[in-house]
Design a protein around this ligand. Structure first.
Ligand SMILES: Cc1ncc(C[n+]2csc(CCOP(=O)(O)OP(=O)(O)O)c2C)c(N)n1
Length: 628
């Protein structure tokens, strides 16, 4: 069946039983691709029938379908002409793991960060009203994404509007891990209601309950809404804020899904269709562990085991250290915005359930919650991925920094993250945190330094950011017997001179420090160039003394950071050179350009943007040749 489907019009020709066969084939196809390439598995397996039903009823690209987060858009990509390309899912230069307007006109809006779909859909619906267009606008949002503030803000606005938008709530009871919070409790009550079945509640039956037939359609529709409401849910939140609630409906029954979508098209104004799905559907291993298979590295389909053993990463080191610290300090709490596994906090939850807070996909709230706790003398560690801190920027400024509250803000997945691509690259955080007064910004060069920075942050009693990358440390380097002149004690605003040299200064921060060391070794061994290597440790406050002393000595400096060129380490050192009126200093900044960085492996992206060792060595050699 899958062979026959190249676009949604092919799908529309299929009979129901053929669509059911297609669903099975799509599942097998996705399983095959994700097991080879890695990617988001469980969410996609859960929306196969829903996506088939949506594309059977609606007509893209005229009708607009916005996939919240967008990690569940693989089925949509398959049905909209990208079946073959999906084989290269998330590979450099190939098809992305999230909707991309540049990739296909059927991807009507870029997503990646959660809870944006209803706002975007309402925006499109209002635009269509203004332009006099009648096409449908649909937001497909998960129960996890519904916990995000933006989604609730948009529901509030949409509910009071007359706009024709359809919100499809894909309720699988899971965020990445089990969904949490009051909204989840409310949804669990709705889940127990009798399932929508056309045979039991047909439009005809509903219309029979409408006393005055023949009134204008709007009126009828209002009655329909009322009748549906009375039939299904006597009293509920979505109806009360202005939505017509339809459901719950079995999200794996294509026929019922199509029926309810058709029914929703007859209703004027905002509609919410409550669809019940199972994450991981059809692959038992993922059904049993939907959190583990939410996003996965390549694995063997037979037993679900990862193809490559996982070595310790920064998140695990962070999580383990936090548990250790919390054993001796009962004021320490851990806060996550729906990412307890990704940030390494699961162990903390198990050990200290009363001091662990999963606030849902709510970064803004997480940070202001931490501010409130810090004000009362509690020591909050908030761990959020770099790109998701973008959501909580004002909370860092307004709630934490202005009051100098000692919140410990851990920035996981800082720098290039790889296959998740432009929405997830953590390249902006150094730049945006540097702007904020009162904030201390630091980055560890390895696991050991991360642990020390966490201890230091507790003692510091100031708002502090600790940023660290996805994955592990450079274990080969740090576990070797090589002796670097390391000063392991962390002091506020103090850098660490790791290797002494006279020809050039190389300054790294965080992950790039090991690269700086390796480059200095190449320079020494192959070219007899003696580079001085400095681990900046702090972007803010910068250790001006150590850096100036070295720069004045060598006259040549290279900075390296895993972030954007704008307003990072390189910029800070350039400013220092200007402020100090140093002349004839030759500086090169290695950082990412002022661009959104696409998906690909970290190595590929480093090479593409000239951040790899070979390129940096070449630049340094030219520098030394020209200037010596
Ligand atoms: C602002 C933001 N924070 C966190 C994430 C990480 N994230 C990706 S998917 C997801 C869970 C989404 O759950 P749900 O909406 O229910 O979709 P499901 O995967 O269950 O289908 C989270 C927390 C994100 N994408 N955006």
């Amino acid at each position: 069946m899958l062979e026959k489907i190249n676009n949604p019009s092919d799908l529309k020709k299929l009979e129901l039983n053929e669509k059911e066969i297609l669903a099975k084939e799509i599942r097998e196809y996705i399983l095959d691709v994700v097991s080879k390439n890695g990617g988001h598995l469980a969410s996609n397996l859960g929306v196969v029938e829903l996506t088939i039903a949506i594309h059977s009823i609606y007509n893209v690209p005229k009708d607009k379908i916005i996939w919240d987060v967008g990690h569940q858009s693989y089925v949509h990509k398959i049905l909209t002409g990208r079946k073959e390309e999906l084989k290269n899912l998330r590979k450099f230069g190939c098809i992305a793991g999230f909707p991309k307007t540049k990739e296909s006109e059927t991807d009507c809006f870029n997503t990646g960060h959660s809870s944006t779909s209803i706002s975007a859909a309402l925006g499109m619906a209002r635009a269509k009203e203004i332009k006099g267009e009648k096409d449908a606008v649909i937001a497909v949002i998960g129960d996890g994404a519904l916990t995000g503030g933006m989604a609730l803000e948009a529901l509030n606005d949409a509910g009071a509007s007359q706009s024709n938008i359809t919100v499809i709530l894909n309720d699988n009871e899971m965020s990445i891990s089990k969904n949490s919070g009051g909204i989840n409790k409310f949804l669990s009550k709705l889940r127990t209601k009798k399932l929508y079945k056309k045979s039991s509640i047909s439009l005809k039956k509903i219309l029979l309950r409408v006393p005055i037939v023949g009134r204008p359609l709007v009126k009828v529709c209002q009655k329909v809404k009322l009748a549906i409401k009375q039939l299904i849910i006597p009293k509920m939140f979505f109806e009360d804020i202005g939505f017509c609630y339809l459901g719950p409906v079995d999200g794996h029954n294509i026929q019922e899904l199509e029926n309810i979508l058709r029914l929703s098209n007859k209703v004027k104004g905002p509609v919410l269709i409550h669809v019940l799905t199972k994450k991981g559907k059809g692959y038992e291993i993922a059904e049993k562990n939907p959190d583990k298979y939410h996003a996965t590295a390549p694995f063997n389909i037979k037993d679900g085991k990862a193809k490559k053993a996982k070595s310790p990463d920064y998140s695990k080191i962070f999580g383990d250290k936090l548990v250790e610290l919390a054993k001796h300090n009962d004021k320490i709490v851990a806060i996550t915005a729906a990412m307890k596994d990704g940030t390494g906090m699961r162990k903390f939850q198990e050990k200290f359930p009363n001091r662990f807070f999963d606030v849902g996909i709510a970064e803004q709230h997480a940070l202001c919650l931490a501010a409130g706790m810090a004000k009362e003398g509690i020591i909050p560690f908030v761990s959020i991925y770099s790109s998701f801190y973008q959501r909580g920027y004002d909370q860092v400024i307004h709630d934490i920094a202005t009051q100098e509250l000692p919140v410990i803000m851990c920035v996981d997945r800082a720098g290039i993250v790889g296959a998740d691509g432009e929405t997830h690259q953590g390249t902006l955080d150094l730049a945006f945190f540097r702007l904020i007064p009162n904030l201390i910004v630091m980055a560890p060069k390895n696991f050991d330094e991360l642990k020390k920075m966490m201890e230091f942050a507790i003692e510091l009693k100031k708002p502090v950011v600790i940023r660290y990358p996805r994955g592990g440390e450079d274990s080969e380097l740090w576990n070797s017997n090589k002796k670097f002149e390391q000063k392991n004690e962390i002091k506020l605003g103090k850098a660490e001179k790791i290797i002494k040299g006279k020809d050039i200064t190389i300054i790294g921060i965080g992950k790039t420090v090991s690269k700086a060391i390796k480059i200095s070794e190449i320079l020494k061994d192959k070219y007899k160039i003696e580079a001085e290597v400095i681990n900046a440790r702090f972007l803010k406050p910068l250790d001006k003394e150590t850096i100036l002393e070295s720069i004045k000595k060598t006259g040549k400096v290279v900075t390296m950071e895993d972030g954007t060129k704008i307003n990072g380490l390189g910029t800070t050192i350039k400013e220092l050179i200007i402020d100090e009126k140093l002349e004839n200093i030759n500086i090169d900044v290695f950082a990412y350009p002022d661009k959104f960085i696409q998906h690909g492996s970290v190595e590929e992206l480093e090479k593409e943007y000239g951040q790899d060792e070979d390129t940096i060595v070449d630049v340094i050699l030219q520098k030394i040749e020209v200037h010596s």
